[in-house]
Design a protein around this ligand. Structure first.
Ligand SMILES: [Fe+2]
Length: 244
């Protein structure tokens, strides 16, 4: 349980954040929910945590998850039909989590990218190294009117505890999104440490679940942080709310 302000009172993660802006709940199109049944189970869990709106962000990675606005829309329609059949009213929209690989530059130039809202675009990099052309990618994104949000900077192996490599993103005014589970140590001590350093430095713009499967959900349900951290998360949460 997510504890806040006083020990007798506790709030669930979704009650604080309300909008989840990073999830893999659409069925059958990436490494998230493999089928509609799993999608529904993940959505039930997010509703139980107090979330009021979910934004699905399936991966777009050219060689591994070659999704397009069309494949994502088909998956969303399949899920929405099941939601409607069962009387769910929670709004679920979709964007994507774009891998900044060698195929991303041509995609930017099409101007046909799926955003979280308005021009806000969720992007990720490979875990091991910063893309060699990162400055060009960020320049092109901004030239085309996109505001990039880097997903889970705390998880990249090239980001050390001094956060030096993140300057490539911060210098270009890229927003940062941390995963909620990073604060619990779910991904490891290093990721937890970097997440807290980012939080204390005031560098986090969004918090996402990045929920892929039941195990993530179970850990999210047990989310606990100190009241100090809860206050910090709440104070930056206006960005999540603006996506409603
Ligand atoms: Fe993700």
């Amino acid at each position: 349980m997510f504890s806040i302000f006083n020990k007798k009172e506790s709030l669930r993660l979704g009650e604080i954040l309300q909008v989840d802006m990073h999830s893999h709940i659409l069925p059958g199109i990436d490494d998230g929910a493999p089928d509609v049944e799993t999608s529904m189970r993940l959505i039930d869990g997010m509703i139980a945590m107090g979330y009021k709106k979910l934004i699905a962000t399936p991966h777009i990675i050219s060689d591994i998850h070659p999704n397009t606005p069309e494949t994502i829309n088909v998956s969303k329609q399949l899920l929405q039909a099941e939601l409607d059949r069962n009387g769910y009213t929670i709004p679920i929209s979709y964007a994507a989590e774009y891998m900044m690989d060698e195929n991303f530059l041509p995609l930017i130039k099409t101007g046909n990218l799926l955003t979280l809202k308005n021009n806000i675009l969720l992007v990720e990099t490979m875990f091991l190294e910063l893309p060699p052309n990162i400055e060009d990618i960020l320049f092109q994104l901004q030239t085309h009117g996109y505001q990039p949000v880097l997903a889970h900077p705390e998880r990249y192996h090239y980001v050390d505890r001094n956060l030096v490599k993140l300057n490539a993103f911060l210098d270009r005014k890229c927003f940062l999104q941390c995963n909620a589970l990073s604060f619990t140590g779910y991904y490891g001590k290093r990721e937890q440490d970097i997440a807290f350093r980012l939080l204390d430095a005031g560098l986090i713009d969004y918090i996402g679940s990045d929920v892929h499967h039941d195990r993530h959900l179970e850990h999210l349900k047990k989310f606990t942080v100190s009241s100090k951290v809860a206050k910090q998360l709440e104070s930056l949460n206006h960005n999540n709310l603006e996506l409603h």
